[in-house]
Every structure is written in structure tokens, then in C-alpha cells.
Design a protein around this ligand. Structure first.
Ligand code: ZN
Ligand code: ZN
Length: 376
């Protein structure tokens, strides 16, 4: 019953636990049951293995997603679940028959929906409610919007929930009926040797209901091709080329299936003078030669307005000043990056008569020879 283990229960965390909560729970349990601490106690050793296995899956976002999907499929309509009658052997029907849909399935929608051709009945053995496909899209946003975050309306085209039946697949005015094969449970039992397995009902694909009079718009599939508007929130600090996943904003699934995810790639337009390196914002600060030699105070632009920066006397070209916390918002982490200001001494292409006169005086006055280093 390897596949039926409830990894969340093993770690004693909720299904929506954050990465941190999972890590914390794992560390605590691993300490308690570590073979070094339990002097070879068999039960603890088993438990330790179990804990490690659970953590191995739940700590890896890809594995965790796959595992969550399997769990969702194993208890259609939220019924049953681990510990329910019969138990579940979900890897038994999950492996090799499609699995779940991720980014690499983009553009491969036909195959998925072909499987659901005749939703009314006689579906292939082992079929189950599937997720809608993930949908890929792109947006271009300004540098400022990327820094501050922005809400954007998007028009997406693809498979969406049928507006006539609201996705149920049933003709308006009729309701899907309780499935006669599984009596609405969504699963049927199957005996295999000493084990009793539950698998999704072949007639209703796990929904527990069947459509007798299909919707005329979608012919019972619950989805139609159309454009729809969604609003997405771009978090502050997003970088150019980053892809953000919006769960449930992708294509509509067949009746009973979840909506896929939207994978939005954000293209950030370059800024006139700010550059970005991870969470740090880089700025080149032009200074005249006298300003660099004598020192000065300058106003420098930052993401949230101008700040005064003190340039000390004798500032060399290329010297860097760090403005703490004036960078981009760190994604997933708290706080902001810094702003790094690099002094850049500007040489005028042509000096005016008076300037020339003064510079010549200065040249004659200058005591240091910058090329002294070349002499031995
Ligand atoms: Zn419909
Ligand atoms: Zn059924």
C-alpha cells in the first residue's frame, strides 16, 4: 500500500502547509526518530523511513504537485480519501496513463480532450476527471510596474467553462443524475488478491454523476472554445523573463475536473537609467571632475523618489555607493535588495575658452604624476 500513504498525516501538517511548516515538522520528527537517537529501535526506524519518504516528496514542489494531483484523483468529489473504506492505491492507476499536465503539455490540448470524447457513458476503464490544460501566455510590462507590482486584465483564448451549462455538461433545466454504476461515490472497488482497491468509476469518471441530456452548446463536455478575460496580479519585484503560475486560471477541464493553470511569462521593458542585478538596482551616477575631487551632495533617483547622496572629496571613478533597501522587492523572501550607485566621471567632449584656461592652469599646478608607477 505504498502509494496510499498520507504524507501530510505522516508529517502532521495540513495539506496547504507552507514549505517552512513542512521543513519544521520534518526536522522535529526526524530528530525524534533518528536511528542515532533511538538506539536501533525497529519501530522508530520504520517511522524514520516513512518521515524521510514523506519529506522527500513534500519538500520538492514538483513532486508535491504530482502527489497532490494523485490524491485529488483518488478521492473524486472530495469523498473517501486516505483512511476511507478500502483505502487507495492511487499509483496503481496513475502511472503510465497520462499522468498530470504541466508546462510541457502546452499546445498538446487535442490529445487530452480526445480522451473524453463520449462523456455520456462507456468511457475507457480507469478514466477519471482530469485537469484542464495549462495555458501559456506572455505580457510586456514597464520596469516601474515590475518594481511596484501591477494588476493586469488579460484576454485569453482556449477552452473555457461552457457558459450555457456552467460546466456541468447537462442541458439547461436538467441536472446530472446520480451515477448508477457507483451510486454517486465516484469509485468502485476491485479485488486483487488479498487487497481491495478503489478506482474511479468507469461510467462517470469519478464525478459520481452522469449527464442524460447533454448541453446543446458543449455537447456534454462542459467546455467550449472562447476568449475570456481574467485579471492577474503581477507581484512586485518580478524579473524579466520570469514565469508566474496562476493555479486554476488555465483551460477549463471536463466536468468534474479542475481548471488548469495559467503560466504567464513576464517581459520587463528596460529602464532609461536603472539596471537590475537580482534584487539590486544599479545606477550609473555621472560626476564632473571637480565634483569628484572636491566632494559634493547630489540628488539621485531611486525606485521611490529622489534621495540625497553625499559624495566625499577624492571620489574615484568607479567607486560604488550602496543605498540599503532601495532595490527591488525580493520574491519569496522578505525585504528589498539594495541600490548600487557607481560614480562615473564625465569628460566634456569640448571645453569652453574659460574652462580651457582654468584647466591649463590646473595642469600646470598639478604636482602628482599619475604615470609615476611606470618608472622603476
Ligand atoms: Zn454546456
Ligand atoms: Zn459512477
Amino acid at each position: 500500500m505504498n502509494g496510499s500513504k498520507d504524507f501530510y498525516q505522516i508529517l502532521g501538517v495540513k495539506e496547504n502547509a507552507t514549505e517552512q511548516e513542512i521543513k519544521k515538522a520534518y526536522r522535529k520528527l526526524a530528530r525524534e526518530h533518528h536511528p542515532d537517537a533511538t538506539a536501533g529501535d525497529k519501530k522508530s526506524e520504520e517511522r524514520f523511513k516513512e518521515i524521510s519518504e514523506a519529506y522527500d516528496t513534500l519538500s520538492d514542489s514538483t513532486k508535491r504537485r504530482e502527489y497532490d494531483d494523485e490524491r485529488a484523483f483518488a478521492r473524486p468529489g472530495g469523498m473517501g480519501g486516505p483512511g476511507g473504506p478500502g483505502g487507495f492505491q492511487f499509483r496503481d492507476f496513475g502511472g503510465g496513463r497520462g499522468g498530470t499536465f504541466r508546462a510541457q503539455d502546452l499546445g498538446n490540448l487535442g490529445d487530452i480532450f480526445d480522451l473524453f470524447g463520449g462523456m455520456g457513458g462507456g468511457a475507457a476503464q480507469g478514466a477519471r476527471p482530469r485537469r484542464g490544460a495549462d495555458l501559456g501566455s506572455q505580457v510586456n510590462i514597464s520596469f516601474d510596474d515590475a518594481m511596484q507590482g501591477v494588476s493586469l486584465p488579460l484576454v485569453l483564448s482556449g477552452r473555457a467553462t461552457c457558459p450555457t451549462c456552467g460546466g456541468s455538461g447537462a442541458k439547461p433545466g436538467t441536472l446530472p443524475k446520480t451515477c448508477p454504476t457507483c451510486g454517486g461515490r465516484g469509485t468502485v472497488s476491485q479485488n486483487q488478491g488479498p487487497f481491495a482497491f478503489s478506482r474511479p468509476c468507469p461510467q462517470c469518471q469519478g464525478k459520481g454523476t452522469v449527464v442524460e441530456e447533454p448541453c446543446p452548446t458543449c455537447h456534454g463536455s462542459g467546455v467550449v472554445n472562447r476568449t475570456r478575460k481574467v485579471t492577474v496580479k503581477i507581484p512586485p519585484g518580478v524579473s524579466d523573463g520570469e514565469t508566474i503560475r496562476y493555479p486554476g486560471k488555465g483551460e477549463a477541464g471536463p466536468p468534474g475536473g479542475k481548471q488548469g493553470d495559467l503560466l504567464l511569462t513576464v517581459n520587463v521593458q528596460p529602464h532609461k537609467f536603472f539596471k537590475r542585478r537580482n534584487a539590486d538596482i544599479l545606477l550609473d551616477l555621472p560626476l564632473t571632475y571637480p565634483e569628484a575631487v572636491l566632494g559634493t551632495q547630489v540628488q539621485v533617483p531611486t525606485l521611490d523618489g529622489k534621495v540625497t547622496l553625499k559624495i566625499p572629496p577624492g571620489t574615484a571613478d568607479g567607486k560604488k555607493f550602496r543605498l540599503k533597501g532601495r532595490g527591488a522587492r525580493r520574491l519569496n523572501k522578505k525585504g528589498n535588495g539594495d541600490m548600487l550607485v557607481t560614480a562615473h566621471i564625465v569628460v566634456p567632449p569640448k571645453a569652453s575658452g574659460k574652462e580651457k584656461e582654468l584647466l591649463e592652469k590646473l595642469r600646470d599646478l598639478q604636482k602628482q604624476d599619475p604615470r609615476k608607477i611606470f618608472e622603476d
